[in-house]
Design a protein around this ligand. Structure first.
Ligand code: F0G
Length: 454
């Protein structure tokens, strides 16, 4: 049994969590038309929908809020953030943005034309949608092991370098390479330094820039520290990781340990000049980028806390603890667990289910009914292709349900409660009821879809 790594903090403020009855949950889930994004948070007891913007700030961050300078241009808080950015990541140019997808839109609008191709390990869904919105196509070049949920591999987020080289020799040549650390779509799996160095060498050979989607860069660094480079400190790993890239996009709502914010950083002065133009037109002057001064102050502090080894050991330890409780009960999970979430493997959990019955989504509904727990499907609904006219599906290779753990929010007892509810459903799969879509938007389906029970 993994020991639970105890919280390297104590609790100064608490927030009541909603407790509901089974009857109330039945009403709420029907009113939400079986889409958990439609639930009011007051209906949710343990919220594992996302680790994005849902973390708890430290006393130092709350204190930093009071130091926020709200000047429109050149705020003191911007310079504080700039100092931390340079110290940790080392980019000469950066702008804050209000969240990760703003960085995606601004950068892709500048770099991409219709018909372009982008090489990735695996893009997150907003990243995918923002590439496609420019008329371009993302290529998924993650190693084959990523698709085998039972295969133990230390760096399942790695790029297949042979396939990357093939893509770089192809026509059209990818406009840039974008590597997501850790790979959220593939289970929060890390990318090794060795792999990043290999990607860099190919980018140099074919004269293509390399960008990092660095939302979970600190968790990625922790895995590198554990599995690849124990002699390097987290900060040294972070520093080397970013030194390999021409730029980075960061949703700071994850490893920035803030509730809102992001960064867009590059090395090229001419590119940055164009970023500033788009920023002024659409997001805000580049010394605030759509954030309040206090947000930048809290982010500067959060970025420093996220690279502390004691924090990361606890953070990744919590994910591992939940994984271990499920594994012990035989519940099939994506192995090894990633940095921010445990992913259930629904093709093994419900092996006899037709995928048209949306097993992942159906499971999230059942888990809500069982314990007021909110998880998210990352399977057929999120990534499958559906023709509403003919009803035919093209299914993604994996059918996952993600239990994302907010940072510094829940305790061991909360995780035990979650594990028990899931084990219940594992032993009583008849509680999980098939669903069909009754409303689906053409893109980013899982956020806005509606369902009925069959
Ligand atoms: N890149 C990755 C790897 C992400 O996981 C996310 C968001 C984004 C970019 C977009 O950032 O939300 O700040 O605009 N992921 C959240 C999630 C929503 O639940 O995994 P954002």
């Amino acid at each position: 049994m993994n020991p639970y790594v105890f919280e390297p903090f104590k609790i100064k403020a608490v927030e009541r969590i909603p407790l509901t009855t089974r009857e109330e949950r039945e009403r709420y889930i029907r009113e939400a038309r079986f889409n958990l994004f439609n639930l009011p948070s007051q209906a949710v007891t343990i919220d594992l929908l996302t680790d994005s913007g849902t973390g708890a700030m430290s006393d130092e961050q709350w204190a930093a809020l009071h130091r926020g300078d709200e000047a429109y241009a050149g705020a003191r808080s911007y310079y504080r953030l700039a100092q931390v950015q340079r110290e940790l990541f080392g980019f000469p140019y950066f702008t804050p943005v209000h969240q990760g997808r703003a960085a995606e839109r601004v950068l892709f609008e500048i770099l991409l034309q219709p018909g372009d191709v982008v090489a990735t390990n695996q893009p997150f869904d907003t990243t995918y949608a923002n590439i496609v919105a420019q008329g371009a196509t993302p290529l998924e070049l993650v190693i084959e092991a990523a698709y085998d949920t039972q295969r133990d591999h230390p760096f399942k987020g790695n790029v297949d370098l042979d396939r990357l080289e093939e893509a770089l020799q192809g026509h059209p040549r990818p406009k840039f390479v974008l590597i997501t650390i850790t790979n959220n779509t593939g289970g929060g799996q890390p990318v090794s330094l060795e792999n990043l160095r290999g990607v860099r060498a190919l980018c140099d050979r074919y004269q293509v820039p390399l960008y990092l989607d660095a939302a979970r860069h600190a968790e990625n660094a922790y895995f590198i520290h554990e599995r690849e480079a124990p002699h390097m400190s987290i900060r040294d790993i972070v520093r080397e990781t970013f030194s390999l890239a021409d730029g980075m996009l960061m949703s700071a709502k994850k490893d920035g340990l803030v509730n809102i914010g992001g960064l867009l950083a590059v090395r090229d002065a001419r590119l940055f000049a164009r970023i500033q133009e788009v920023m002024v037109r659409t997001e805000g002057f580049p010394t605030y980028g759509g954030l309040a001064g206090r947000d930048m102050e809290a982010l500067a502090q959060g970025l420093l806390e996220a690279v502390e080894l004691s924090y990361l050991r606890y953070r990744v330890g919590q994910v591992r603890y939940l994984a271990q409780r499920l594994r012990e009960a035989g519940v099939p999970i994506l192995e090894p667990p990633g940095g921010h979430a445990v992913y259930l493997d629904m093709l093994r959990f419900l092996p006899d289910w037709p995928r048209e019955h949306l097993p992942g989504q159906a499971f999230t509904v059942a888990l809500y009914r069982e314990g007021g727990i909110r998880a998210v499907e990352l399977g057929t609904v999120a990534f499958g292709k559906h023709d509403p006219e003919t009803g035919t599906w093209e299914f993604p290779r994996l059918e996952l349900v993600r239990l994302a753990i907010p940072r510094r929010v829940y305790t061991q007892a909360h995780l035990d409660y979650v594990a028990e509810a899931i084990v219940q459903l594992y032993h009583h799969p008849e509680k999980i009821r098939p669903l069909r879509l009754v409303k689906e938007p053409p893109a980013l389906r899982h956020f806005l879809a509606e369902y009925e029970e069959i």
